[in-house]
Design a protein around this ligand. Structure first.
Ligand code: CA
Length: 259
C-alpha cells in the first residue's frame, strides 16, 4: 500500500513517457502512464491523481480539451495539471487561454527541472493557498494529501493585484496602473503565477512578439519601469523579485494593504 503521490502522465510518445516515469519514480512518486486521452480520462475517473502531466499533442484529443474534460470530473478541479508542449505557439495558448493549468514544460525538457516543478506545485497545493495563520487543520498540509489545492490556481488573483484581461488593465491596491503594452504583458504573466520564476528568455518568448529584435536588457528595462510604477503606489512593497542570474518572479507574500 503506497501513500506516495500518484502522477498521471498523458503522453503518446513512449520515449518521453519512459523518461518521465523514470525520473518521477526515482523521486518517490508513483507514475501512471496513459498513451491516449481516453485512457487518461478513465484512469482519472477511477482515482484522481495528485497531479497530472498532459501532452498537448495527443492522438485522440488535444491536451487543452483533455484538461477541460478532466477538470469536469469529480475532484478534477482540485488536481494541479501541467502541460507538456513542443511548440512555442502552444505555450502561447497555454498562457493566453488562462485555462487554469498550473504550469507548462517545453519539450525537450530537463527531467530534473520537471521533477522540481512537480514538487513545487504539490507543495503549493498542499498549503492550499491559505494565508499564514489562517490555514485549516494543521494535519492537512502534513499528510502530503494532494487533493487540497487552492481552487482555480491560475486564475486566483495574486493578493493586491486585480487583473482585467478583457480591458487589458491591472489594478494594484485598488489603483489602476498605466502600463505600456509590454509592461502589461510582463505583469500579467507574473501575476498569474505568483512565485513562478521566469527567465529572461521565457519572458522574451512569452511577452514579446519578435524575440529576435529583443535582448535580455529589454526585459530588464521594462521590469525597471514596471517596478517604478508599482513603487509609486506602494513604496514599501517589493512586488517583483529578481533572481540573480536567472530571472524574475512575483513575490508570493505581498501584504494585502500596502498602500
Ligand atoms: Ca504527442
Amino acid at each position: 500500500m503506497s501513500t506516495q503521490p500518484r502522477i498521471l502522465i498523458a503522453e503518446d510518445e513512449s520515449g518521453i513517457a519512459d523518461t518521465l516515469q523514470y525520473v518521477l519514480r526515482t523521486d518517490g512518486f508513483v507514475p501512471v502512464w496513459c498513451a491516449t486521452a481516453e485512457q487518461a480520462i478513465a484512469q482519472f475517473a477511477a482515482e484522481p491523481p495528485a497531479l497530472a502531466i498532459l501532452d498537448v499533442g495527443l492522438p485522440d484529443m488535444n491536451g487543452f480539451e483533455l484538461f477541460k474534460r478532466l477538470q469536469a470530473l469529480p475532484g478534477g478541479a482540485l488536481v494541479p495539471m501541467i502541460f507538456l508542449t513542443a511548440r512555442s505557439d502552444e505555450i502561447d495558448r497555454v498562457v493566453g487561454l488562462e485555462l487554469g493549468a498550473d504550469d507548462y514544460i517545453a519539450k525537450p525538457f530537463s527531467p530534473r527541472e520537471l521533477v522540481a516543478r512537480v514538487r513545487t506545485i504539490l507543495r503549493r497545493s498542499a498549503r492550499g493557498g491559505h494565508p499564514a495563520g489562517a490555514a485549516g487543520p494543521a494535519g492537512a498540509a502534513a499528510t502530503a494529501a494532494p487533493a487540497l489545492p487552492a481552487a482555480a490556481p491560475a486564475a486566483a488573483p495574486a493578493g493586491p493585484f486585480a487583473l482585467d484581461s478583457e480591458r487589458m488593465q491591472i489594478r494594484y491596491y485598488g489603483r489602476l496602473l498605466e502600463l505600456s503594452r509590454y509592461e502589461y504583458g510582463l505583469l500579467r504573466l507574473l501575476v498569474q503565477r505568483p512565485g513562478r520564476v521566469y527567465t529572461r528568455d521565457d519572458l522574451l518568448r512569452l511577452v514579446w512578439d519578435e524575440a529576435s529584435d529583443s535582448f535580455d536588457r529589454t526585459v530588464d528595462a521594462h521590469v525597471k519601469t514596471l517596478r517604478a510604477k508599482l513603487k509609486a503606489i506602494a513604496p514599501e512593497v517589493d512586488a517583483i523579485r529578481t533572481l540573480r542570474g536567472t530571472g524574475y518572479a512575483l513575490n508570493e507574500d505581498l501584504p494585502l494593504d500596502g498602500a
